[in-house]
Structures are given as C-alpha cells and as structure tokens.
Design a protein around this ligand. Structure first.
Ligand SMILES: Cc1cc2nc3c(=O)[nH]c(=O)nc-3n(C[C@H](O)[C@H](O)[C@H](O)COP(=O)(O)OP(=O)(O)OC[C@H]3O[C@@H](n4cnc5c(N)ncnc54)[C@H](O)[C@@H]3O)c2cc1C
Length: 387
C-alpha cells in the first residue's frame, strides 16, 4: 500500500497550485460576483488559459493531443482547481468527461473533428441526461432521437445541464427505440453550430459562475455521423461514464474543504479575543482538528477510487461512496470553517460562504446522494433497490 504521490504527481500538484495562486485565486471573488454565469467568450478564454496545464484534455490519449494522464494525476489537478475556484472546477470536470468519453467511444471521424477543439479549450463540452420529468429515474426520459435519412431528429427538454448554454458539443441521451427499454437509449453529439438548440440559464445557490441551463431541442436535425457508439448502447455507456465525475466530485470536495481549512486556520491565528489568538483556544483547535481529519478521509477515499479506476476496475461502490461521503463531509467542513470566523464566516467579504454554497451544490449532480447510497447498497447485496 502506497499513500504517496509519485515525484511527477508532486510536481504536477506544485505547478497547478502555483498557477492557481497566481492566476486564478486573485480573480475569483470579483468574477463570482460579476459573472453569474460566465459568458461564452470569457469561459472559452479561461478554458484556453488552463488547457496547457492539462485541465481540458489531461486524460485524453496523447495521440489525440491529450496528456495521457491517469485518474490519480488528473485528480491532483482537479483538487487544486477546486481549492481555487469551485465554479471552474465543475465546468472543467464536465468538459473533460465529454472529451474523455469521446476518446473512448467516438468514431475516428468524431475524434478527428472534436478532440482537438475540446482539448485546446476552443469548444466546451456538456452532457445532457436529466429532464424535467426524469431526474433520478433517468430511464423515464422523454427525449427522442429519430432516424430520418442522413439525419437524426432530436426532440426533448434537458435540464440542469452544466455548461449547457456555452457548449457547442452536447452529448444528448435519448430514445432511438422506446420499445426496447434501456437497450433503446442512444447518445448523439448535438453541435450547436450546425444543429441549433435553445438554452435557458438556471440561477443556483452555488457554482454561480458555472453556466447551468435548461436546453430545448425542437426538431433539431443532427447528422447521422454524430451518433456516439451503436444505437441502443447509450444507457450502459452513460452509467459507466458516471464513474469519472463521481470520483471527481469526491476530489473536488477535498479541494473545497482544503480551501476552507486554510482560510479558517489563517483567521484563527490572526483574530484575537480575550487577549490571545483564537487558535489558542482548545475548542477552536478541536474544530480545526476535525476539519483536517475529515478532509483527509475524503482525500483518501477519493484517490482510492481513482486508483481502482486506473487499474481498470468498474468500481461503482467506491465512486458512488466517495460522491456522497465527499460532498456531505465537505459541507460539514465548510460549515465548521465558517464557525471559526464567527460572524465573518457568513460575510460575503470572505470566501467561506462561497465554499459552503459550492459544497452544498455538489449533492445533486451525477445522481443524488440517496441514489449513490442505493448504488453502494446494490453492490453490497447484488440487487438494486431502485428499479
Ligand atoms: C449543479 C448541478 C449540475 C448538474 N449537471 C448536470 C449535467 O451536466 N447533466 C445532466 O444531465 N444533469 C445534471 N444535473 C442534474 C442532476 O443529475 C439531477 O438533479 C439528479 O439526477 C436528480 O434529479 P432531480 O433533481 O430531478 O431529483 P429527483 O430525482 O426528483 O429526486 C428528488 C428527491 O427524491 C429522491 N429520490 C428519487 N428517487 C429515489 C429513490 N428511488 N429512492 C430514494 N430516493 C429517491 C432523491 O434522492 C431526491 O432527494 C445537475 C444538477 C446540479 C444541481
């Protein structure tokens, strides 16, 4: 058992942290207020700026212009990004998930067409599964993808789509044949530049700079060549594709909690009450001690999930486990950090309230935490409780 990052990963962490401290963190407070959410041109500029570090295509194979990283190394990058800016972190995880998925399941033609654009950050990816009437019960989705000569016609409404309004690469999941149940679900790339769709922004509690939209596809004509994989292969592929973002939500939780610890510790050393720094008080030390240990627990479980993914394991239990444990623990850690600051914990002049809002916003995406518990239960008992 080895709990150490490799020398290469330590360097990666140090260079990502250095970049975030210098280039991103000084902007975040202003940008979170100004951009709710980031407009497309600003979002693309930021994506292009962080692309050379590996954020936009780190795990995409080198032959397609990516960094050929493994899950653990990519996790190192995401932890540093999340410590710096939660909104950008969730945008990047969704974007990179789209690029990674395409590099694994796309046709040569699709890879040639889209991977260079995605890896360089010139086009932003999104993935659309959730619908107004089909959230956890995603198989009840109403979106249809109907063959019509050289095109598929997409009809339906997708909601809560991260990057939805700024994305020109949206992997839409829908039924090509409803009579076949899950085996009739397919995925198709809807490229907004050739197959326009409507986007309505959805304001939300956390990740305020990250665009999140409801997307409407009305007789949206999409070239047949954009189908990802075979007709009917979309559901299973989507369930496996969920492993990456769930593990990354765990990693992001560690990043947010780490930021909260650092800010709370700094404040506790500076703030004086009863003639001494509040860090001297045992109850304040207790808060910090619990935050540190809980954050380390998130980190260990999250990197263990990444390690298993690197070994090629389809580890539903570990990825769902860290998704619920990480996000809920991060909420607790960020809330405790706010307590360390007293009234200033809830002040918008400090970033603690943002970390807390962001951590709380991590609970529903990629399947609610109740559904994650049911997936762990399914893996334990060998039978699902939710179908
Ligand atoms: C910030 C954010 C980003 C997102 N990004 C995306 C995205 O990029 N693409 C995308 O497709 N979707 C995205 N989503 C949507 C997300 O995946 C859904 O919100 C989630 O799957 C839950 O669906 P719902 O919100 O409709 O809740 P519902 O399914 O209506 O659930 C409501 C409540 O009922 C519970 N519940 C439902 N069924 C069961 C059951 N069988 N047993 C026990 N409890 C149950 C849930 O756990 C929850 O507490 C995002 C959501 C958020 C908040």
């Amino acid at each position: 058992m080895d709990f150490e990052l490799s020398e290469e990963q330590k360097l990666l962490k140090a260079s990502a942290r250095g970049f975030m401290d210098k280039e991103i963190i000084p902007l975040v407070n202003d940008w979170e207020r100004k951009y709710r959410p980031l407009p497309k041109d600003v979002a693309i500029n930021i994506m292009k700026k962080i692309a050379p570090l590996g954020y936009t295509g780190g795990m995409v194979p080198v032959e397609w212009g990516g960094g050929g990283m493994n899950f653990v190394s990519y996790g190192v990058l995401i932890e540093e990004l999340s410590r710096a800016w939660g909104s950008l972190s969730i945008m990047v995880v969704v974007h990179h998930g789209g690029a990674l998925d395409l590099s694994r399941s796309g046709t040569e033609e699709q890879k040639k067409r889209y991977l260079p654009l995605l890896v360089s950050g010139n086009v932003i990816a999104s993935g659309a599964i959730t619908e107004p009437n089909a959230g956890s019960s995603n198989r009840e989705m109403e979106t249809t993808i109907v063959c019509d000569g050289d095109y598929y016609i997409v009809n339906g409404t997708k909601t809560w789509i991260t990057n939805g309004g700024v994305s020109d690469f949206c992997a839409v999941v829908g039924y090509t044949d409803k009579s076949k149940g899950a085996k009739g679900i397919s995925r198709i790339i809807v490229d907004g530049t050739e197959s326009p769709f409507e986007a309505r922004e959805l304001p939300k509690l956390g990740f305020r700079s990250c665009p999140t939209a409801e997307l409407t596809f009305s007789d949206c004509r999409v070239p047949k060549r954009n189908l990802i994989g075979q007709e009917g292969a979309g559901y299973e592929a989507t369930m496996v594709a969920f492993l990456f973002p769930r593990a990354m939500i765990g990693i992001s939780s560690a990043g947010l909690a780490q930021a909260a610890i650092e800010d709370a510790a700094k404040y506790a050393l500076e703030r004086r009450q009863f003639g001494k720094p509040i860090a001297k008080f045992q109850l304040v030390q207790q808060m910090l001690a619990e935050m540190v240990v809980e954050t380390e627990a998130i980190r260990l479980l999250a990197y263990k999930a990444c390690h298993l993914l690197d070994k090629g394991e389809v580890c539903f239990k570990e990825c769902s486990g860290i998704k619920f444990f990480g996000s809920e623990t991060a909420v607790r850690v960020c809330s405790t950090a706010m307590e360390v600051l007293g009234a200033y914990g809830i002040s918008e002049e400090y970033p603690l309230e943002r970390y807390f809002r962001d951590a709380r916003t991590l609970l529903p995406p990629d399947g609610t935490n109740q559904i994650q518990r049911l997936i762990v239960g399914r893996e334990v008992f060998g039978m699902p409780a939710f179908v």
